[in-house]
Design a protein around this ligand. Structure first.
Ligand code: 2AM
Ligand code: CA
Length: 274
């Protein structure tokens, strides 16, 4: 992609994410109806839908040839990654938005023919924008994030991990390996927003993030950020991410990536899943 065009798209995306975030902040205490989607804890509000509609309108008006892949259904049905695709989660961490009124983000990843060019994650209530352009590093607001070249061993590492993966009945990963991992680590954290967990890995305040069930809009922006600071982002079995499918994800500093994947992650066969 031509650099001038990429800068223009970046500037538009950044201004829209700030505008959408400001509206959410201003209306954080407004009464809202909450619906559930795939399960009773998978929440969606009119603010998720309104925000995605905002991006759909902006993108279609300004860049009619671009595609949108979004969580709430205002985007396009995509069968391949050809062209310029905005992958948007209007609110990542909806449960936090509803219950905690903090720790949620707007996430945007812009991909051209499957290559991540621009990543933006906006921590709405903190008014913090994480951003990256491919090959130009990652930023937290105006401050460039240092590369993750420190070799921190696993027993001094903090990993973002949902406690769900420690339960024997979870359908994705053998829980004994997760138990061993948790015992080995310095500690774990669970923020409840995949986008923020990626941003915190990129910032270096988390050493890694392991999860089993992310949709492309949960990881599209974050993968670009972590990649730009020299971290590794793959599926939990070290295969490359697929932007068209639900996926496991391991994002981390390079020196603990293989160790976690090889020694602690033992994925259940799909046929064993309940
Ligand atoms: P969301 O708030 O946009 O739904 C919580 O651990 C993280 O997992 C959040 O980023 C949340 O994104 C995501 N998540 C929640 N339910 C999910 C589901 N059914 N499939 C995929 N990701 C989900
Ligand atoms: Ca969402």
């Amino acid at each position: 992609m031509d650099n001038q065009l990429r800068n223009e798209i970046y500037d538009q995306a950044a201004s829209w994410i700030l505008e959408a975030g400001e509206y959410i902040r201003e209306n954080i205490d407004a009464p809202r109806s909450i619906e559930t989607k795939s399960n009773p804890n998978d929440l969606v509000t009119e603010m998720d839908q309104r925000t995605e509609q905002f991006f759909a309108d902006k993108i279609k008006t300004t860049y009619p040839e671009h595609y949108l892949l979004g969580e709430e259904g205002f985007g396009d049905e995509l069968e391949n990654l050809d062209g310029t695709i905005w992958i948007v989660d209007p609110i990542d961490g909806t449960m936090n938005f509803v219950h905690q009124k903090r720790n949620f983000a707007i996430s945007i990843g812009i991909y051209v023919d499957g290559i991540g060019e621009i990543g933006l994650i906006y921590n709405v209530m903190e008014d913090t924008l994480y951003s990256a352009k491919r090959g130009e590093g990652a930023y937290k607001n105006d401050v460039k994030l240092p590369s993750l070249n420190q070799q921190r061993p696993l027993n001094q590492s903090i990993l973002a991990l949902n406690t769900t993966w420690m339960l024997p009945e979870n359908p994705h990963i053998e829980h004994q390996g997760v138990h061993e991992l948790v015992k080995t680590l310095r500690s774990t954290r669970t923020y409840g927003s995949a986008a923020l967990e990626f941003a915190f890995v990129a910032e270096g305040i988390l050493d890694g993030y392991l999860t089993m069930t992310l949709m492309p809009w949960d990881f599209a922006g974050g993968a670009i950020l972590v990649h730009e600071v020299g971290g590794l982002v793959t599926q939990a079995n070290k295969e490359p991410l697929n932007l068209l499918e639900k996926s496991t994800v391991l994002a981390s500093r390079t020196n603990i990536h293989n160790e976690i994947a090889d020694e602690y992650v033992n994925l259940k066969a799909k046929s064993d899943r309940s």
